[in-house]
Design a binder for this molecule. Structure first.
Ligand code: NI
Length: 183
């Protein structure tokens, strides 16, 4: 099932999401729906809060990117970044901000502890697009969006688009969810 995706000014995107205590059939179903939703929207990462669940869960599939064809899809639960190395700049986008892109500086490599789809604990080193997407999605679990990390000068250039989202004006090529606008 393709789930509707929450957009920029929706409150759920600003909440700190809750850790999972384990996996049950409901979570397994949510994970399957998240992969379906992400692929339907041509995304490479999706966090549970983006589809209305304030849980520390994200999915990722970067195998459509050049030079990552062998990358296996990942389910990441309760992630903790243990260490970071280096920095780089990369342009990001987000399914919750359709059409908006901007440069963000982030650590180039991370050491990540998390649980997989079997709730097994894993510690791994990630760099390149893995590190980039994982950090973007982990931000979602903490109520942070990539535009929050853009330089002020760059952010001013997209402020109109952000304001349009806030006023309910959204064009997306996939189903979106909107919380009621608050005055
Ligand atoms: Ni995003």
């Amino acid at each position: 099932m393709v789930l509707p995706i929450n957009i920029y000014s929706d409150d759920i995107l600003r909440k700190k999401a809750k850790p999972l205590k384990g996996i049950d059939s409901g979570i397994e179903e949510l994970i399957a729906f998240m992969f379906e939703t992400m692929r339907n929207a041509s995304g490479i990462g999706l966090a549970a809060p983006q589809v209305g669940h304030s849980l520390r869960l994200l999915v990722m599939d970067i195998s459509g990117l050049k030079s990552y064809a062998d990358a296996a899809p990942m389910v990441v639960i309760n992630p903790h970044i243990l260490a970071v190395r280096g920095y780089n700049d990369m342009e990001e986008g987000c399914l919750s901000l359709p059409g908006v892109h901007g440069d963000v500086e982030r650590p180039a490599a991370i050491t990540l502890k998390f649980r997989n789809e079997h709730f097994e604990e894993i510690t791994g080193e990630f760099s390149g697009m893995y590190a980039r997407v994982l950090q973007h999605e982990i931000d979602h679990l903490n109520g942070t969006l990539f535009v929050d990390r853009m330089e002020k000068r760059d952010r001013r250039k997209i402020q109109k688009e952000l304001d349009a989202f806030s006023s309910g004006n959204v064009n997306a090529a996939y189903p979106i969810a909107r919380e009621p606008l608050t005055a």
